[in-house]
Design a protein. Sequence first.
Length: 332
Amino acid sequence: MSARSLRRAALGATALLLAAAALTNAPAAAAEEKKGPATRTFEFTYEVTITDVPAGKKARVWLPLAASGDSQDVAVVSRRLPPDGKVGKDALYGNAMEYFEAAAGPDGKIPLRVVYRVTRKEVRFAGLREKPEKDALLKRFLQADRLGPLQGKHLDLVKGRKMPTEPVAAARVLYDVIDETMKYDKPDGQPWGRGDVLWACDSRFGNCSDFHGLFVALARAQGIPAKFECGFPIPAAHGSGAVGGYHCWAWFRAGERWVPVDISEANKDPARKDYFFGNLDANRVGFTTGRDVELTPKQDGPPLNFFIFPYVEIDGKEHTRQVRKFAYRDVE
């Protein structure tokens, strides 16, 4: 059999596995398929005020930007930002950002506000398409992150298990192991939310970053390219209101397709566990991909663990004082 035939056979096997996974609950899946992928259009307000900027000092600010892609269309409705900003992308992941240097007002504050109009489309297993990827990115998506090593105690979670060689089946094993091991919980005084894989293995709880940092590390250790995506959750109830904070999920590579998982949502809602392996609902907006991010222009500090809030430096040192306010409003 030729190399091309082998590749086609592998992709065909992957497609069958995708279909099988999508049809775990066959009647429900068939009903959903008739309706087609859900879409949701809403305004998302991203508002952050940088505070306590010393008088006479300029802050260097990098602001993550939402951008259109396969699963969302994004347009800017309004913006209130310092002048002379420069829009760019980081060199590796291609995350959109705006950079500016600004002095604070007399109150020591720098206000930032962008309102987006977003049409988000549900991602479905059955509708996934082939998507070429740059070799440099695929290589990066097989490497360790600073808080996501490829060796360590987290590998004990799959020790003694016979891992399937096919990536979809292997990823499902990892998905189930993490869901069974971890509990979505954010107790006060605990360092959850960093995506620290070794800490998560000890604590057995955390937020979406901890769940998906662990998944990405385990997948890469199995030779499966995987990536981390950050954005914001939109409450399922249509209307308007506050958005409490960020949300993240993960993708793994199967043949020529990127397949999503949202294990923390599955952990919070066990009835949708099968759904969140391979599907993403439309109640979200994506912003950035990847960890250990080097910004454009490059920051003086180390690479960012992940990039979802503005990153600020004053005199070459990170400045972390911010007041954040996010909101949504559905558009009929």
